[in-house]
Design a protein around this ligand. Structure first.
Ligand SMILES: [Fe+2]
Ligand SMILES: [Fe+2]
Ligand SMILES: [Fe+2]
Length: 411
């Protein structure tokens, strides 16, 4: 599909009434786990569009352009609100968090397997192991506090076991900046992947930021705080992949194109007929946004959309699905890696000074690292940690279930 070739209904209202923002939420016990993750992904994509629109408007002197940006943005906000309402009120913040980390795992693995640029793939593989580890730590906390098995929430599609231990994720900010894509040469899938994952990680960062303040218990507040800091690193890393030469309205065009591809992907892969209708309706709105963005690009920057997106045909749909073997392979090969400048190194061979110093600053004393305290407490109470594995852990150091590993991948 080429969304530029679609004829949007330009007379269609950009805005809807309140009732249209109140779709029936999904049933938390029955929802397909990947429907839950699609809702999270698109909520975060809409937030990115809203937030990008605000930043763009604040740097724009032309009031007419600001008004037209405000109109598109108001529509994005209504979409965001509609999607937020799909999460049922009885799904707790921690249950929903399992969906966030399942999304981070399976979205990242899917994109990593598809991208062409070696730097983009390396960034995805690198952060993959960290969100995978977060899933395990939140899952243990969920079982400890609510007696609930996260394996049911993830539908046995995603394993729950240690990844790169969270204590090793805390790195100096200088080591989060990667080489950016060159938009003129980059493959379409690489540009899409960098934009999609940046928005998804940003959504996670914001969700943990807000949940840390609202969570009723001190352990949980600290856990969300710590993992939220790792998400800041992930957002910095992925944001640094985006082509910095993209002009403001070309960037607006890309934002709308990404939304079109994602809603089309959601519609193509959604098993729930009711949800599929929602994805299709939102896709129609996005096609309209895309055409409005193309008009603004032409009027204010004197460029045609073809100069920005010369091959507009969508690549195959983004699929949220099980990636167990892929994740195991990356674990086995790179669990000990850390970031080193714009690249990576194996901590068993080299430990950058920035990493050592930052680790020393934030992780002292080690007992205050809450992501590990929750596992140690779980082991103290139950004799071993909570996991859901399909086979033996691929990393020998992470097989022991009665002892939490705080040494792997760090000084
Ligand atoms: Fe949107
Ligand atoms: Fe993340
Ligand atoms: Fe949009």
């Amino acid at each position: 599909m080429n969304p530029f070739a679609e004829k949007p209904d330009k007379s269609a209202a950009l805005f809807c009434d309140w009732k249209a923002l109140w779709p029936e939420p999904y049933e938390k016990a029955e929802v397909d786990p990947y429907t839950r993750t699609r809702v999270i992904l698109m909520t975060g994509t809409e937030f990115e569009n809203v937030w990008f629109g605000h930043q763009l408007s604040r740097c724009t002197a032309d009031r007419e352009l600001c008004r037209r940006l405000a109109a598109i943005r108001r529509s994005e906000q209504q979409q965001q609100k509609l999607l937020t309402h799909l999460k049922p009120a009885d799904e707790t913040a921690l249950e929903h968090t399992i969906g966030y980390e399942q999304l981070a795992t399976d979205l990242t693995a899917h994109l990593a397997a598809r991208v062409q640029d070696a730097d983009v793939k390396a960034a995805l593989d690198f952060a993959l192991l960290e969100d995978f580890d977060h899933l395990y730590r939140y899952a243990d906390y969920l079982d400890a506090t609510a007696g609930q098995k996260a394996e049911d929430l993830v539908g046995h599609y995603t394993e729950i076991m240690p990844g790169r231990p969270t204590v090793a994720h805390h790195r100096h900010p200088y080591d989060s900046i990667r080489r950016p894509l060159n938009g003129k040469k980059a493959a379409l899938i690489d540009v899409l992947a960098a934009n999609v994952i940046t928005a998804a990680e940003q959504q996670t960062m914001n969700y943990y930021m807000n949940t840390a303040a609202l969570w009723p218990d001190e352990t949980g507040r600290r856990l969300y705080q710590e993992i939220g800091m790792v998400e800041e690193q992930h957002v910095t890393q992925y944001g640094s992949l985006l082509d910095p030469k993209t002009t403001p309205l070309a960037n607006l065009l890309w934002h709308q194109y990404v939304e079109c591809w994602l809603y089309w992907s959601c519609a193509e892969t959604e098993p729930d007929a009711r949800l599929r209708k929602i994805w299709e309706r939102l896709l129609e709105q996005e096609v309209l946004h895309l055409h409005l963005a193309a008009e603004l690009l032409e009027k204010y920057e004197g460029k045609q959309w073809r100069q920005i997106i010369p091959q507009p045909e969508f690549p195959a749909p983004l699929r949220l699905e099980s990636n167990i073997d892929y994740v195991r392979g990356v674990l086995e090969a790179t669990v000990q890696n850390t970031a080193d400048g714009e690249g990576y190194c194996d901590t068993s061979e080299k430990q950058p000074d920035t990493f050592k110093e930052y680790q020393q600053t934030v992780n002292t004393p080690l007992k205050n690292v809450m992501s590990h305290r929750v596992i140690q407490q779980y082991i103290a109470d139950h004799g071993q940690d909570y996991r859901w594995q399909t086979a033996e852990h691929p990393v020998p150091e992470l097989r022991a279930r009665a002892k939490d590993n705080t040494a792997l991948g760090r000084p």
